[in-house]
Design a protein around this ligand. Structure first.
Ligand code: AMP
Ligand code: MG
Length: 403
C-alpha cells in the first residue's frame, strides 16, 4: 500500500483560503456594539477633524508678527466657546482645544508668559503656527478613515466616533457549529467523571477561540463513535451553520467515523497535513456548508485551529488580512532530530537584552494541553530542520489569537 503524501501546511492554507466564500449579509450596529465585528464597507469622513484650528496648549493666542512684548488680554476663550476676531496688539487667553480666533496665528504656552492686570508679557521669538492644531490635520472631509474588512478595534471605534458616525455597517457574524466526537467524552457538570472517560476540553477551547473572533458558536454537543449518529449530527450541524468544526474521529482507527460520513454526505477536499501536531486534519463540505475536521488531541485542536481554521473562517467573515503576524525569536533550545512535518513547538517568549528568547515547553506531546496553556507562542520548525541554541526562529505570537 502506498501512502498518500501529506499536504504541506502552506499549500493547505492556500487551498482553504481559495475555497472560502465571503458571507455577504451585513448588519448595521450601534457603534458601541460593533467592537470585534468586521467592516463591510469603506468608511468615508464627511467632516474635517479637527473641525477648526485650535490650541494645543493652555496659553495666549496672538499674532506671531506682533513684536510688541506686552499685549492687552482682550478676551478669554475656554474650549467649547467661540472667540471674536483678535484686535491689534492684543492676545486672547486660550485653553487647550479652544478654536483659534480669527487674526491669531500662534499660541504661546502659559508657562512662558506673565500676566498682570490684563496685560501679558510674551517672550519672543514667536513662530507663526506654533502650538496650533490645524483644521483637518487628523482627517479631511472625503478621506477614507477605515477600509472594508477591518476588524473593529477600540481605537477604530474612537476613529468612527471622531468623524461623527454613530453606527457601523459590518458583516453578520459567522455561524460555526462545534461538534465533539468520542465515546470517552464526558461533559462538565454531569457528575463525577466515570471510569474510562475524560472531560470534553476541546469544546471549551474552540468556544473561546471562536468567541475571540466574535463568531456565533452553535454548540452541537458530543456525538458517539457511531457511523449513523455521526452522519445525523453532521447533517444537522451543516443545516444550521456556515461552517461545521468537529474534533476527533478523523484518524484511521475503526472508531473514527467522521471522514467516511463527510464523504458520504458531501465531499472531502483535503485530509492529512505535514503538520505536527495535527496531522489528520480534514477539510471539505456538506451541501453548501464547509466542514473542518480537527484532530482529537487537545493541543492539535488548538494548533490546527490557529493555523488553518482561523484564517479560513476570517476569510469567510470578510476580514481583509486573515494571516497571523509572524515574528522572530532566538531559540533557547535545540532540535536534534529533524521531523518530516512542519512542527509548531509551544514556547514561552522572554524579553531579554539580546531580544526575544523562545523557551520550549518541556512536554510537546499533542495530548498535553498544558503545553498550550503555559505558552505564549508557537515556534515554527520547517520539515527537515534541525535547530541549535541561538538560531533565529519564526514564531507566532499566541496573544494575538488567544490573548
Ligand atoms: P481521536 O482522533 O478521536 O482518536 O482522538 C485523539 C485523542 O484526543 C484521544 O486521546 C481522545 O480521547 C482525545 N480527544 C478527542 N476529543 C476530545 C475532546 N473533545 N476533549 C479532550 N480530548 C479529546
Ligand atoms: Mg475519538
Amino acid at each position: 500500500m502506498t501512502l498518500a503524501p501529506l499536504t504541506p501546511v502552506a499549500e493547505a492554507l492556500a487551498m482553504v483560503l481559495a475555497a472560502a466564500q465571503r458571507i455577504n449579509e451585513t448588519i448595521d450596529l450601534p457603534l458601541l456594539d460593533a467592537l470585534g465585528y468586521t467592516l463591510s464597507e469603506d468608511v468615508l469622513s464627511t467632516i474635517d477633524v479637527p473641525p477648526a484650528n485650535n490650541s494645543a496648549m493652555d496659553g495666549y493666542a496672538l499674532r506671531a508678527s506682533d513684536t510688541e512684548q506686552r499685549l492687552l488680554v482682550s478676551q478669554r476663550i475656554p474650549a467649547g466657546t467661540v472667540g471674536s476676531p483678535l484686535e491689534e496688539a492684543c492676545a486672547a487667553r486660550i485653553f487647550t482645544g479652544a478654536a483659534i480666533p480669527a487674526g491669531a496665528d500662534a499660541v504661546v504656552m502659559q508657562e512662558n508668559c506673565t500676566e498682570l492686570e490684563g496685560v501679558v508679557r510674551v517672550p519672543g521669538p514667536v513662530m507663526a503656527g506654533q502650538n496650533i492644531r490645524y483644521r483637518g490635520q487628523d482627517v479631511k472631509a472625503g478621506d477614507i478613515v477605515l477600509t472594508r474588512g477591518r476588524i473593529l478595534r477600540p481605537q477604530d471605534m474612537g476613529m468612527l466616533a471622531s468623524v461623527g458616525l454613530s453606527r457601523a455597517k459590518v458583516y453578520r457574524p459567522l455561524r460555526v457549529a462545534v461538534l465533539s466526537t468520542g465515546d470517552e467524552l464526558f461533559e462538565l457538570g454531569s457528575g463525577e467523571l466515570p471510569e474510562g472517560s475524560i472531560y470534553n476540553s476541546n469544546r471549551y477551547t474552540l468556544a473561546g477561540l471562536l468567541r475571540n473572533l466574535h463568531m456565533e458558536v452553535i454548540d452541537c454537543g458530543i456525538v458517539a463513535d457511531d457511523a449513523d449518529a455521526t452522519a445525523q449530527a453532521l447533517l444537522h450541524a451543516s443545516e444550521v451553520a456556515d461552517c461545521v468544526i468537529t474534533t476527533g474521529g478523523v484518524s484511521v482507527g475503526e472508531e473514527d467515523h467522521v471522514k467516511a460520513q463527510v464523504q458520504r454526505l458531501g465531499r472531502l477536499d483535503l485530509w492529512k497535513l505535514a503538520i505536527k501536531p495535527g496531522k489528520p486534519l480534514a477539510f471539505g463540505s456538506i451541501d453548501k456548508t464547509t466542514f473542518i475536521g480537527l484532530p482529537g488531541n487537545p493541543t492539535s485542536v488548538f494548533v490546527t485551529f490557529c493555523l488553518i481554521a482561523r484564517p479560513f473562517l476570517l476569510e469567510m467573515q470578510g476580514v481583509a488580512e486573515p494571516d497571523l503576524p509572524h515574528l522572530h525569536a532566538i531559540a533557547a533550545f535545540s532540535v536534534v532530530k529533524p521531523s518530516g512535518r512542519q512542527d509548531y513547538l509551544r514556547v514561552v517568549l522572554e524579553n531579554t537584552a539580546q531580544g526575544l528568547l523562545a523557551k520550549k515547553f518541556s512536554n510537546q506531546s499533542s495530548g498535553v494541553l498544558r503545553s498550550v496553556s503555559q505558552s505564549n507562542a508557537l515556534a515554527v520548525i520547517p520539515p527537515g530542520t534541525v535547530v541549535s541554541e541561538g538560531d533565529t526562529l519564526e514564531i507566532i505570537l499566541l496573544d494575538s489569537i488567544a490573548g
